[in-house]
Design a protein around this ligand. Sequence first.
Ligand code: ZN
Length: 358
Amino acid sequence: MKAIAVIPGKANSLHFEDAPDPVPEAGEVLVRVLRVGLCGTDAEINAALYGEAPAGSSYLILGHENFGVVESVGSGVEGFKPGDTVVASVRRPCTECFNCQHGRADLCTSGHYTERGIKGRHGYMAERYAESPEFLFKIDKAIREIGVLLEPMTIVEKGVAESLQIQKRLPSTPRTAVVFGAGPVGLLGAAALRVRDLDTIVVSMEPETDIRAEIAKQMGCRYHSVASSPLDKLATQIPAPDIILECTGSSAVGFAAMQMLAADGILCLLSVTGGDKTELVHAAEINRDLVLRNNVVFGSVNASPTHYRLAIRAMKAAEKKWPGALGKLITTRLPWTDFAKWFDRQVSGIKTTLEIGS
Ligand SMILES: [Zn+2]
């Protein structure tokens, strides 16, 4: 079968690979891939910043944001049938840590987990893949058109769910939120907050006329552009929020956000910031404010099966409340043979997908 792969460690090695057809084992499901979503992780793997081929393979099939249709099911598989549309999760547990053995590979402590399309396992930029049903999530008709957004949605669902879990320490309930960044993660984060009825402000670089602002407003958020007003003025322009999601990819924004929280507020960092940039920060002031305001700052990566189920529920609720809003995040659909256009940065917009099958 055809697949898009990289040679890990070799920059710009993305190519079509003639890969062996997946042969499902008993108890596995064979899935035909319909589309994959592209994200910064794919670009960074192609830039050889990280990425690891499966043992015994010289290449890594890329792709982790996925959407496909069940082609056949092996003996003993229950709950899936040919024609079902599905999304597969990304991370697979290690064999040694307690959290992985208890369904929380997203909280792996050994670091020996694998990830499809990223670390030690082939991904989904291929005509087909085989998978165990425990890692597959059924996508029903209501969100089929936006099913490829499920994987990034799970990331923000975990961030929001864990923020709310931590805030159970409070007698009060969080009511206000700010999302930094209006990329796919930021806007999906805004959706996750709005379906829970939090009063949400999206803060981003793009002007008020941008499609990102339109999507945010359609979901009932306020949109604040920092194009015309710098970040350090922001605290005087918007009220201090109970929850902040940081989704910009900028560590400077993360530190600025720490100083914007309301008393008892919580900051969830969702950006995997690249590089080794240093910042001059007001360390004593930040430390003091975090203490005196009982603030919590935490990072969150990946997602558990629970978050996949929460994300499906949130996407259905969002689609019902604001029909078509999440669909507007998919701004470009490329035939997969045109993958280079995105990796060569010829495509702008919010989310680009590669259309693989039909
Ligand atoms: Zn583990």
